[in-house]
Write a protein that binds this ligand. Structure first.
Ligand code: AMO
Length: 450
């Protein structure tokens, strides 16, 4: 039997007979003449036929044999890879029939509300506009991997079931672990730090779990955390330099490999200045106060409105859509964060904000065993829950630090998506674990934030 080829190869086969397989995207029935767009993992191509195609329905999985021919000049579509050819179908076989669709998958813009897209996820993910989101995400993840590998980081895998909360006690999922309690890791933080003692530079792609008790457009309860950690640093600014290098590499990769997908969303990678600007958190709050008269100068963190305002400022002042905010207050950061020796009320830590939202968090860590032990107690944790982690600091842990970014968050921000759920194949939130867990009752509306 003739071997199947991928659709992207079809333009090279003019005058030849080919066998291809894929899904019916759209059917246009003109009576005697029927046109079908068929899609596989590589491209889409137009089929022409008569009765042989008339029974096909959108999303049927089919296999056909046909002759590749040049399209009449008036029918050429320069916008697609296979736009100069079509296949005249001689044999057609339905491999699996599709039911009637719950919404029109043929519309280019997919004008369907998000809850419907999520209720029919296995179908909606096949739409080219939705698929484009995950191609972009894959490129972001590949970019993260490639640049860190180039810089001598080793990829590690960490467990999801953990003995203790690391990023704050409240937002943690408890799991029944035989006759004990365990938790789902809020971050691979502990493990990446331990592994600095082994490989010096490590990174991981870890599922992170946060029991976020509210419904927002930027939080998931399970997200993909792209984490890195490096030893033998002299200052936390080295970590920011690594973040900047990684971000630039990812943007460059997106522009060269994903121009088509960015175009579908009318998106561009964020504009950057020669160097990403930096401000201390208190400086940022002062600027926000001067610009808006909103006085959050005593607050321990930036409010969502503040993040938006300081991003507007960064564009106006520096021509940069990204900005680092450094020196968050010690008491508001996790116990492992390194206090600034010059001003221990504040930490050697940073967030990278972009287009009004946080993208990355990072900083230097406390690598002194005694100081870490003291902080674990002061932050209200039990040292015995951190035994294995603490052990690493008894045996020569160099000065170190690292950072993490949420894959869905970055995808959302680059493509200008309104809701982070759009950037997750199968999003988890308070109301959905594939199925809708409940329908919002009026009294729960107070949990709805932006
Ligand atoms: P943090 O808690 O700030 O830091 O998280 C790091 C990054 O992860 C993303 N993120 C989320 N994305 C989707 N849904 C959520 N609920 C969610 N929470 C966080 C954001 C955020 O910037 N251990 C530290 C990192 C470090 O210091 O290395 C940490 O987890 O993009």
């Amino acid at each position: 039997m003739q071997q199947r080829i991928f659709i992207k190869e079809v333009p090279k086969c003019v005058g030849e007979k080919v066998r291809i397989a894929g899904w019916v995207n759209i059917k246009r029935d003109h009576g005697k003449l029927v046109f079908v767009d068929i899609r596989d993992n590589s491209a889409m191509v137009q089929l022409v036929g008569g009765e042989i195609l008339s029974n096909l329905r959108p999303q049927d999985a089919i296999e056909i044999i046909g002759s590749v021919q040049k399209r009449p000049t008036a029918m050429i579509n320069k916008n697609i890879l296979t736009g100069e050819v079509e296949i005249e179908v001689q044999e057609s076989k339905v491999l699996s029939k599709a039911e009637e669709l719950p919404f029109d998958m043929g519309q280019e813009d997919l004008n369907v509300e998000l809850p419907t897209l999520l209720d029919w996820r296995s179908l909606s993910l096949r739409h080219p506009k939705v698929t484009a989101i995950f191609k972009v995400q894959e490129t972001i993840i590949n970019g993260f991997r490639e640049i860190l590998k180039q810089d001598s980081f080793t990829e590690i895998q960490v467990p999801a079931i953990v003995p203790s909360a690391t990023e704050g006690g409240a937002e943690v999922f408890k799991v029944k672990y035989f006759d004990k309690d365990a938790f789902l890791g809020q971050s691979p933080q502990m493990y990446k730090q331990i592994m600095v003692g082994v490989f010096e530079r490590v990174f991981t792609l870890a599922h992170a779990y946060r029991a976020e008790p509210s419904v927002t457009t930027r939080h998931l309860t399970e997200y993909l955390s792209l984490d890195a950690e490096m030893g033998f640093i002299e200052s936390f600014t080295e970590i920011m330099e690594e973040v900047e290098k990684m971000i630039r590499y990812i943007f460059q990769k997106l522009n060269s490999e994903r121009a088509e997908e960015l175009k579908i969303f009318g998106a561009t990678t964020p504009q950057l200045s020669a160097k990403i600007p930096q401000l201390k958190m208190r400086e940022a709050q002062q600027i926000i106060f001067e610009r808006t008269s909103r006085d959050n100068r005593q607050e321990p963190d930036l409010e969502p409105e503040d993040e938006k305002e300081i991003c507007r400022y960064a564009i106006e002042k520096y021509g940069s859509e990204l900005i680092f905010i450094t020196h968050y207050p010690t008491k508001k950061r996790p116990f492992y964060t390194y206090p600034d020796p010059q001003d221990p009320e504040y930490t050697c830590s940073f967030d990278l904000l972009g287009r009004g939202l946080e993208w990355v968090t990072g900083g230097q860590r406390i690598n002194d065993y005694q100081q870490l032990l003291k902080n674990i107690n002061e932050w209200g944790n039990k040292p015995e829950d951190f035994e294995l982690y603490l052990q690493a600091f008894k045996f020569g842990m160099p000065p170190e630090g690292g950072f993490a970014l949420g894959a869905e968050r970055i995808t959302m921000q680059i493509l200008g998506l309104k809701n982070i759920r759009e950037a997750s194949l199968f999003p988890r939130d308070m109301e959905r674990i594939d199925q809708r867990l409940s329908v919002l009752k009026p009294k729960d509306k107070k949990n709805e934030k932006n």
